[in-house]
Design a protein around this ligand. Structure first.
Ligand code: HEC
Ligand code: HEC
Ligand code: HEC
Ligand code: HEC
Ligand code: HEC
Length: 236
């Protein structure tokens, strides 16, 4: 008589997810206003809506337990929230929402021994080298000429550009690279072929700081939203 129909089950499931999102939202606002963290800078571009737990997993416990300890913190049953900083934010956290099979510089690739020397200069095995969080920016790497660490021997067959790559490299013009190429290859856009048509450095800088995207609006992949991330976690 009281058999649950599939529809009822789905409603229940939806309810649970809704509740989880609600709880996360409460926890988020609570932490945001918590004095301890006011000294932290603003979230980076695109991350305003994310709760702390999406990147800072509790040192122990699964998502449900973390949520519980966050709730206990929020309603005053617990002195400290999850231990921020006890567990480092790693490339794994970022890839949970930004797993992009088209990335031409995927972090795992640079664990190969032949990149050992380059990695000492620019650690491309992790995102945080270039995207440190809580800076209210998009990209935080100090200098954009780091291409030099891996592309010194580049030879482009039938080079289409007016000042060929081989000349740019011989002249050490390493800041020009990012003025034509986005780093991850996630933008669908026409790569310039004339040095005169490159994106001005000031415009690139503005983009890295959080401004308009000069490589265009057409992207192959965008990050998962928090509800999508929660769904993924609950499936595990
Ligand atoms: C998008 C991922 C992300 C989110 C969301 C996030 N953080 Fe962070 N947080 C980081 C990263 C990455 C670092 C390390 C920064 C670095 O090394 O440059 C960090 C560092 C910190 C630190 C310093 C810890 C240390 O060991 O230096 C604190 C405290 C912190 N975050 C608190 C918070 C709080 C509170 C929230 C929620 C309001 C939050 N974070 C949301 C990614 C995130
Ligand atoms: C819970 C999911 C989630 C996690 C975890 C996460 N992000 Fe994001 N991130 C997003 C969303 C959603 C956006 C906004 C949509 C977009 O632009 O892709 C975004 C945007 C960004 C952007 C700006 C994109 C743009 O063009 O404006 C960068 C850079 C970025 N994330 C890097 C990181 C790094 C590095 C980490 C790990 C420290 C991380 N993200 C962790 C979901 C996430
Ligand atoms: C060696 C430096 C470096 C590393 C490592 C790096 N990035 Fe980036 N990232 C950049 C630069 C430079 C840009 C701006 C150019 C562009 O848009 O590709 C950028 C742009 C982005 C963007 C916005 C444009 C887009 O592709 O949608 C996202 C999102 C992003 N990075 C995520 C990540 C994540 C996630 C990781 C780790 C898996 C990572 N990055 C590792 C330098 C880096
Ligand atoms: C840590 C090493 C490393 C760094 C730093 C690096 N690259 Fe690369 N890049 C690679 C490797 C490896 C490939 C793949 C080449 C291959 O498959 O033969 C690649 C491929 C590329 C491609 C071609 C992608 C394709 O499939 O056609 C472009 C364009 C590129 N990189 C631009 C840049 C620019 C611009 C920078 C600096 C902002 C940069 N790279 C920094 C290692 C690096
Ligand atoms: C004026 C614009 C421009 C500049 C500056 C430029 N490139 Fe390119 N690059 C291109 C074009 C166009 C191609 C060929 C089409 C493509 O692969 O997108 C190309 C191709 C490449 C490739 C792919 C080669 C292959 O065989 O598939 C790599 C790697 C690369 N460039 C790296 C660099 C590096 C490193 C720099 C800085 C020294 C640089 N580029 C500067 C426009 C430019």
């Amino acid at each position: 008589m009281f058999k649950t129909s599939p529809l009822r089950k789905r409603q229940l499931y939806g309810g649970i997810i809704g509740l989880a999102i609600g709880v996360l939202a409460i926890v988020f606002f609570n932490l945001k206003s918590s004095e301890e963290y006011i000294s932290l800078g603003p979230m980076n571009a695109g991350h305003d809506d994310l709760s702390c737990v999406t990147c800072h997993a509790d040192a122990k416990g699964n998502l449900a337990q973390q949520l519980q300890s966050n709730v206990e913190f929020a309603i005053g049953l617990r002195e400290k929230s999850v231990d921020f900083g006890t567990q480092d934010v790693t490339v794994k956290n970022c890839l949970e929402c930004h797993d992009r099979p088209n990335d031409r510089h995927p972090p795992h690739r640079f664990s190969e021994p032949r990149f050992k020397k380059a990695i000492k200069k620019i650690d491309a095995t992790t995102c945080i080298t270039c995207h440190s969080e809580h800076n209210g920016e998009r990209v935080t790497v100090a200098s954009l000429n780091y291409c030099m660490n891996c592309h010194r021997d580049l030879e482009v067959e039938d080079d289409p550009i007016d000042v060929p790559h081989i000349r740019l490299i011989a002249n050490e013009q390493w800041s020009t690279c990012i003025q034509c190429h986005d780093f991850h290859g996630n933008h669908a856009y026409e790569v310039p072929v004339k040095l005169n048509d490159t994106i001005p450095m000031a415009v690139i800088r503005d983009y890295l700081n959080g401004g308009r995207d000069p490589y265009g609006d057409s992207k192959k992949h965008i990050g998962l939203s928090e509800p999508e991330w929660i769904k993924l976690k609950l499936q595990d």
